[in-house]
Design a protein around this ligand. Structure first.
Ligand SMILES: Cc1cc2nc3c(=O)[nH]c(=O)nc-3n(C[C@H](O)[C@H](O)[C@H](O)COP(=O)(O)OP(=O)(O)OC[C@H]3O[C@@H](n4cnc5c(N)ncnc54)[C@H](O)[C@@H]3O)c2cc1C
Length: 813
């Protein structure tokens, strides 16, 4: 049995010890620099509000598991979880509308919740002034965690199974040999370990640097205050129960509240970001009982107090009595950070975890360590999800500060970060700006969403009778009707898409083919010039990614992937005789697609681009004008055409060459929104959104990319055991032409929530929005379902796939 050392006895470390020992890994030692179990970390003073509903299905699942588990914990001191319910109030129409979206997430993720009118809110929480609010979102199963008790109760369960907890023992170094962790160093010497998990809270980032690992988190101060006695609360709670009203959020003012017997606790994000310099912190607080608490900065709390008093008039009779600036971790994207160090096996991290998600993160980490993979999709939290740029101190600081500011904001799904824009631009960027591109951001890249230059075309098409359904204010944010024209024009004539940000690797070497055969589900060991769409599966047959493999030479492949997690997966499995190189930045790619694509490109090319000579899913290294290019005859938008790759220095010239040649065909530049709607029309999935490791290929409708007759590949054994899936990814088509969905909406049948939407786009080809939704396998083509979009219900029909061009006539011509 491996000996596991966990660094940190906060809520994460104790929960992890419990989860590991429950799985039979009982040789666990948990070390903490502080005393047990009020260690001085963030857990020691966390007020413990647990609101479960989150836009992320995974984070909601983590929170729900935490609630479920904490409800079962026993502690001699009293409750570990007080299920008082959660109430989030709206004081603005925008928030009220957004709570409708939130109740949809709750339904989609299986959390019981409903919307209440102001009087119902005030009945639940009589301290609220109902005249100040428009309504509230109530989740009866939310509640308060008594974080230190929950930590101790879990530790005691772990101890009863054999784990040891050691207080006052600081880990000062990690010991390793030949790429494996072998122990930790403390003032008492080296403690041997086969596995070390860093659950050291916001200290973890510093510890990780000692083993060459960047854990992108920033310790931030956040204000928490307790009032004096509130007359209206006197006699309501006992010292033992502490609270009986629901925990309360007033997100329009970045505030939350809980009772402390006859006082209120007020947490505020309504202040400037206050990142904490770890070096000063450690110097200043060495030996202090609570190194994660800083002195209260009263001025920062003034706006919070006045906003709190407006919602809760009873505060007028009270004042702040105790307060502090508490420290905990923020990350660039707001998600936790989990996983194993790639270059130091056996060294794991579980960092930037709220009490809310702690048991869920601990369970997933334990499964990962013991079983090889977590049972829920953790890609949003994976340590290796970050691009290189996202590991720079400047990026981490700026984006984490933005995450702090936005922690309670209403975030639109197409609202991209504003900090540090313009970091990665394709060689076509200047041309795109000239065409009036509106840019989205993805993985640091600037990606055109639509082009204002196509406004005239849109008007022309509108005048000609193309439908442009009106959209509501929310769905028309970060969106333009021009995108409908761009999608339509791609089907009618020809368009150019910037595919440069599509991450691509070169996999090369004498054993490249056998390596890729082992990694992928489809047969990629085909002739030079072949292009293959395939899955990367994990050992349990879950979809880790979908990729396209182009064989450019006997020993050289170009692999189009989804992002850094694919690099990590390949790198972890790399064998001698194979090299892996990210070539994204040094190359560029333009997709030329549409019925006139061949008419546009052929005159520029010395090779025969006819259908007979250059078949679908083939690659060709050739020239366009004087420019050396690699052309892949593939089309994520479902049209005739090619992805055309070139070395980046040719980019601007390539764009001009194609754009100029395209003028006689009325070529346009088209953006991401058009691209998205066309790929949904055509039945193509987006990994991470439509399918993840939680899904096997058959359920996701991509089993055509699995060759079970092939020799062994990762995930094959699991697929051999597969039974019929309970849920299937289905295309649904809205009945009302103006109905929209943006993703994550609940789907109902007979008034019961049976699934959720993953992604959606308006299809100009059929004049309706098409969406993907996970639905029960019993759902049949032609069935009617109902989708709840921010409180508006629309019917949709389950459609066969793909909705557009099932004969592939548009592509294969
Ligand atoms: C004011 C405030 C309010 C909050 N409110 C909420 C809330 O309402 N709901 C919620 O879900 N979350 C809340 N949080 C966040 C939450 O408290 C933290 O995210 C969570 O407690 C982190 O738990 P942890 O176990 O990762 O870290 P910690 O509790 O900080 O534990 C890390 C442990 O590692 C130990 N350690 C560090 N370095 C070493 C080393 N080198 N050797 C040995 N031991 C080491 C530390 O002593 C510490 O005990 C709040 C945080 C603050 C500050």
């Amino acid at each position: 049995m491996p000996h596991v050392v966990v660094i940190g006895a906060g809520i994460v470390g104790t929960s992890l010890a419990d989860e590991l020992t429950a799985r039979g890994v009982t040789d666990v030692t948990v070390l903490d620099r502080g005393p047990l179990f009020t260690t001085g970390g963030s857990t020691s003073h966390a007020p413990g509000l647990v609101f479960q509903t989150n836009p992320s299905k995974t984070m909601s699942a983590f929170a729900s598991y935490t609630v479920q588990k904490f409800c079962t914990l026993e502690h001699p001191g009293g409750w570990a979880f007080n299920q008082v319910g959660g109430l989030e109030v709206a004081t603005t129409p925008e928030r009220w509308a957004d709570l409708h979206r939130k109740v949809g997430w709750a339904a989609a993720w299986g959390i019981d919740a409903r919307l209440l009118d102001p009087d119902e809110c005030a009945r639940l929480h009589p301290l609220i002034d109902p005249d100040r609010i428009l309504g509230g979102f109530h989740t009866p199963t939310d509640g308060l965690a008594k974080a230190v008790r929950a930590a101790e109760a879990q530790a005691n369960r772990a101890i009863s199974r054999g784990a040891t907890f050691v207080p006052n023992t600081e880990v000062i170094g990690i010991v390793d040999k030949a790429g494996r962790v072998t122990g930790v160093r403390t003032a008492d010497g080296v403690m041997d370990a086969d596995i070390v998990v860093c659950a050291a809270g916001f200290w973890g980032a510093q510890l990780a640097t000692t083993v060459g690992l960047t854990v992108p988190l920033v310790p931030m101060a956040h204000q928490y205050a307790r009032t004096g006695q509130i007359p209206a609360l006197v006699g309501r709670n006992t010292e033992a129960s502490e609270a009986s009203y629901p925990i309360l959020r007033h997100q329009d003012q970045d505030l939350y509240f809980r009772e402390h017997v006859d006082r209120l606790g007020i947490g505020s994000y309504n202040h400037r970001p206050m990142p904490v310099d770890m070096s000063t912190l450690m110097a200043d607080t060495a030996g202090e009982p609570m190194p994660s608490m800083l002195p209260f900065t009263e001025d920062d709390f003034a706006p919070a107090w006045s906003a709190a008093s407006e919602l809760i008039p009873a505060l007028a009779d009270s004042k702040v009595e105790e307060a502090f600036n508490g420290i905990f971790s923020f990350t660039p994207d707001g998600f936790s950070i989990m996983g194993e160090h790639r270059d130091l096996s056996g060294f794991w991290v579980a960092e930037a975890v709220w009490v809310t998600h702690s048991a869920g993160v601990a369970k997933a980490t334990a499964e990962w360590i013991v079983d090889g993979a977590p049972s829920v999709d953790v890609h949003e939290c994976d340590l290796y999800r970050f691009e290189d740029v996202a590991r720079s101190p400047e990026f981490i600081m700026q984006t984490s500060s933005q995450a702090f500011v936005e922690v309670y904001d209403i975030i639109h799904p197409y609202q991209f970060r504003s900090a540090l824009r313009g970091l990665r631009t394709s060689p076509f960027h200047e041309r795109q700006k000239q065409l009036g591109a509106f840019f989205y951001e993805g993985a640091g890249w600037e990606r055109p969403a639509w082009f204002e230059a196509n406004a005239e075309l849109a008007q022309r098409l509108r005048d000609g009778g193309l439908a442009f359904p009106e959209r509501d204010g929310w769905s028309s944010r970060f969106w333009s009707p021009i995108s409908i024209a761009e999608a339509h024009w791609t089907r009618e004539r020809v368009a150019m898409y910037d595919m440069t940000p599509l991450t691509r690797y070169e996999v090369a070497g004498p054993d490249a083919a056998s390596f890729l055969q082992k990694m992928t589900s489809n047969n990629v060991d085909k002739s030079v010039g072949s292009v293959t769409y395939t899955m990367l599966l994990d050992e349990s047959g879950g979809i880790r990614s979908d990729i396209t493999v182009a064989r450019l030479a006997d020993t050289r492949f170009q692999v189009a992937v989804n992002g850094p997690l694919d690099f990590d997966w390949f790198a972890r499995h790399l064998v001698d005789g194979v090299t892996l190189r990210d070539i994204t930045g040094g190359t560029c790619c333009v997709g030329v697609w549409g019925p006139l694509a061949r008419d546009l490109v052929q005159p520029l090319c010395p090779d025969d681009l006819s259908h007979e000579n250059f078949k679908y899913f083939r690659a060709l290294q050739t020239y366009l004008g004087a420019i050396p290019v690699t052309m892949l005859r593939v089309s994520y938008v479902g049209e005739l055409g090619w992805e055309i790759y070139a070395s980046a220095e040719y980019g601007a010239a390539l764009w001009d060459l194609l754009f100029d040649a395209g003028q006689r065909h009325e070529v346009i530049a088209a953006g991401r929104i058009a691209f998205n709607s066309l790929r949904i029309e055509k039945g193509y999935r987006l990994w991470g959104t439509d399918m993840t490791t939680e899904h096997q290929p058959k359920a996701a409708g991509v089993d055509f990319a699995v060759k079970m007759s092939k020799d062994d590949f990762i995930g094959k054994a699991a697929l051999e055991r597969v039974t019929a899936p309970a849920k299937l990814l289905r295309s649904i088509v809205f009945d009302d032409p103006s109905a929209v969905a943006l993703g994550k909406e609940p789907v109902y049948v007979d008034g019961r929530c049976v699934g959720y939407v993953t992604s959606a786009g308006y299809s100009p080809t059929i004049g309706r929005t098409i969406a993907y939704a996970w639905l029960p396998a019993s759902t049949r083509i032609g069935d009617t379902v109902t989708v709840d979009y921010r409180g508006t219900r629309s019917t949709a029909t389950v459609h066969s796939e793909p909705v557009v061009d099932p004969e592939m006539a548009r592509i294969k011509r």
